[in-house]
Design a protein around this ligand. Structure first.
Ligand code: GDP
Ligand code: IMO
Ligand code: MG
Length: 433
């Protein structure tokens, strides 16, 4: 019966995949609802590390049905690569358990080329996109000229549509941007083959989810990106082109809010961002090096999709409160608490200063954060390794105090506390008495 959502509360990479993996054990269906392969979700299960871009993280649990919702843009080459890779690892990726919304949009090589062309034209004002073609694919959708996955049911007709789209996009690429464009006939042929392979996976995802909820199933919506990257509610224009927030989840799954139960906001214990845009609590000194890591560990702050070093900073509770408001979170999941070990004192942004004014909440959304200076709370750090902590009482008092302050500032309970990348490295206050 319930629909639970896992939503990024920051600028992405909060550890949504890791939290999804945890809760997927208790779910029947796991569904991605927005974005495309700009997402990179890492799941660590013992020796195995899964890096997923399109397929929901729930696929790692054999009992789940996994869905790609209508709010997504799907690069079929990436999807088939993931299907083949997971299949080679012995994961069941048959159409019985992996299903694609007919209403999701198809992403093509033209979208990828246009993404690069648009970024090049922006030059010094680059958005720092993942260059996966996301913006141009959603642009076609909004212009009502996009290709939907459902068209793959008739591969030959679909190929003609792809051919026409490539032709039209090619003219823009060549004439406006002076870029080479991929050969329309070649791409159409390749996409015809993709259609033949993906056809059996197509379904009415909204209908499937609605029926499952009526039948008493537990559905977990897996967010991609994060609230501050939301097209409407993020740090525009330094955002993605989809809606990674609660409203976007309902839109991208195709169901109403009736069955909503938990809306879990996932936040790191600090702040990170890839790409350009405002970041009031960003740090650059040795603290930054500590937070980012060197790149040696899989969890160090280097992008899963792009490999770019992530920008890092102190946790910004003004922005977190904003994310709570936009999404209506019922609780928080705090990840990477272990990374703060050894940093003493810790800082946490509790408010913004603007000359004489003090703001606990954003006066006018997050698009322009330049007038503000963070006002920090300094809290004592801890030096204990947290990797073995499994219960609240295993945490040093300073860590409890840090989480308590986050709870005070957000007026929400931190119900899940992640202290390492592994499945079991978590403190579950949602099931503890
Ligand atoms: P997502 O995009 O929100 O799913 O997050 P990513 O997978 O891109 O980035 C999170 C990274 O942090 C992954 O490498 C995770 O394995 C890792 N991770 C998640 N939670 C923790 C944690 O509590 N501690 C540590 N050290 N790593 C974590
Ligand atoms: P997950 O699901 C972090 C960022 C890009 C860029 C902006 C626009 O792993 O959390 P786009 O390619 O979407 O047009 O880029 O959004 N971005 C992400 N940053 N994690 C993600 O996904 C992201 N998806 C997009 O870096 O700043
Ligand atoms: Mg990621």
């Amino acid at each position: 019966m319930p629909l639970d959502l896992i939503i990024g509360a920051q600028w992405g990479d909060e550890g949504k995949g890791r939290i999804t993996d945890l809760l997927a054990a208790e779910a029947d269906i796991v569904a991605r609802y927005s974005g495309g392969d700009n997402a990179g979700h890492t799941i660590t299960v013992g020796e195995q590390i899964f890096k997923l871009h399109l397929i929901p993280s729930g696929i790692v649990h054999p009992h789940t049905i996994c869905l790609l919702g209508s709010g997504m843009v799907v690069n079929p080459a990436i999807l088939l690569g993931e299907i083949d890779h997971l299949g080679s690892l012995g994961v069941d990726v048959s159409p019985q358990r992996l299903k694609l919304s007919s209403a999701a949009h198809v992403l093509t090589p033209a979208h990828i080329a246009l993404d690069a062309a648009e970024e090049t034209r922006r030059s010094g004002d680059m958005l720092g996109t993942t260059r996966r073609g996301i913006g141009p694919a959603y642009k076609d959708k909004a212009a009502r000229s996009g290709l939907r996955l459902g068209a793959m049911r008739r591969p030959e007709d679909f190929a003609s549509q792809v051919q026409e789209h490539m032709q039209a996009a090619g003219e823009v690429l060549e004439r406006i941007y002076g870029f080479d464009s991929p050969d329309p006939d070649e791409v159409a042929g390749i996409y015809c083959d993709y259609a033949k392979r993906l056809r059996p996976y197509l379904t009415d995802v909204g209908g499937h989810v609605a029926q499952a909820l009526e039948d008493g199933a537990t559905v977990l919506g897996e967010g991609a990106q994060g609230t501050l990257l939301d097209l409407d509610h993020g740090t525009y224009p330094f955002v993605t082109s989809s809606y990674p927030t609660t409203p976007g989840a309902l839109l991208g799954l195709g169901v109403g809010p009736k069955h909503l139960r938990r809306i879990i906001g996932v936040t790191k214990a600090f702040q990170t961002r890839v790409g350009s845009g405002p970041f009031p609590t960003e740090v650059f000194d040795e603290t930054a090096e500590r937070l980012r890591g060197t790149g040696e560990n899989p969890w160090d702050e280097f992008g899963t999709t792009t490999g770019r070093p992530r920008r890092v900073g102190w946790l910004d509770c003004v922005l977190l409160r904003y994310a709570v408001r936009v999404n209506g979170f019922t609780e928080l999941a705090l990840t990477k608490l272990d990374i703060l070990t050894g940093l003493d004192p810790l800082k946490l942004c509790a408010a913004y200063r603007q000359e004489e004014d003090r703001h606990k909440d954003l006066p006018d959304g997050p698009a322009d954060l330049s007038p503000f200076t963070p006002e920090y709370n300094e809290l004592p750090g801890w030096h204990n390794d947290l990797w073995e902590a499994r219960h609240w009482d295993d945490l040093p008092p300073e860590a409890q105090n840090y989480i308590g302050r986050v709870e005070e500032l957000t007026k929400l309970k931190v119900k899940l506390i992640s202290v390492g990348p592994e499945r079991e490295q978590v403190i579950r206050r949602d099931i503890e008495a």
